[in-house]
Design a protein around this ligand. Structure first.
Ligand code: GLP
Length: 243
């Protein structure tokens, strides 16, 4: 696991956006795994700016989002579908048929998570997965537990994760759905390259635990330590507790 520390959250986001743009120039039909949350917002802003300057063309790119809330429709303003439209899809030339986000309303959900894996396999798997990290060490919505699901699955959200997502639901964490669909840890670790972006002092403790502590399913992000090509891109604040 490599760690890159940059002076600010903005510098970290810009560096990752430049890397993604460069990767797309080299491999125009790149398959990307995409995150949500507050951390990637400046990254998406930088990527959109690069697209507007003609520096990146998404025509052949395919994207697979990490997760989505269960029980709310794609047009719900709190959904990750809505987040992705707001921060990326409305501003770049990604083809709608190339964008795969789990459908939180799908019934039965078992068919949806199985189909997601089939669609990802058909695309050739993830070339580059971009990840954030939850304050409890979750990746996507793979919550700390004694055992983790390898494949895409339905998950019960911890109160901590519902609170962390309250902003999307008018600040009321009890309005945040109780369940989500998430790529599994095996699906994520199957990506050829993984870049985890973390910024801010509130991530410093978990970043140190995840990347210098033992590998454990109680800190799902620690599993990245065994990935052959994983990089954490941090700002100084998130890196503050690293040895
Ligand atoms: C959310 C998402 C994760 C994200 C994490 C961190 O719950 N499901 O994929 O990485 O929480 O979010 P933030 O960047 O807002 O701290």
């Amino acid at each position: 696991m490599r760690v890159v520390i940059l002076p600010s959250a903005r510098a970290a986001a810009e560096a990752v956006a430049r890397f993604v743009a460069e990767s797309i120039r080299t491999s125009p039909s790149l398959v990307l795994g995409l995150p949500t949350g507050r951390t990637p917002i400046p990254f998406y802003r930088s990527l959109v700016a690069l697209h507007r300057r003609g520096r990146v063309d998404f025509r052949r790119v395919r994207t697979f989002n990490l997760d989505e809330f269960a029980g709310i429709p794609a047009d719900h303003p709190g959904s990750y579908h809505a987040y992705m439209r707001r921060h990326l899809l409305d501003h770049v030339n990604l083809r709608p048929s190339h964008v795969r986000i789990l459908d939180g309303m799908a019934r039965p959900w078992r068919r949806e998570v199985a189909q997601f894996e089939i669609d990802l396999d058909a695309a050739g798997g993830l070339d580059l997965a971009l990840l954030g990290i939850g304050r409890n060490g979750h990746l996507g919505f793979n919550e700390p537990a004694g055992a983790l699901a390898a494949a895409t699955h339905r998950v019960k959200l911890s109160a901590a994760s519902r609170k962390a997502n309250a902003d999307l639901f008018g600040g009321r964490w009890r309005d945040v759905p109780t369940h989500a669909l998430s790529m599994g840890i095996g699906t994520l670790l199957g990506a050829r390259t993984v870049i985890l972006l973390a910024s801010g002092a509130d991530k410093a403790r978990i970043v140190a635990r995840a990347f210098t502590g033992p590998v454990t399913t109680q800190v799902p992000a620690s599993l990245l330590q065994v990935h052959p090509n994983a990089v954490a891109v941090l700002d100084r604040a998130a890196a503050a507790r690293l040895p």
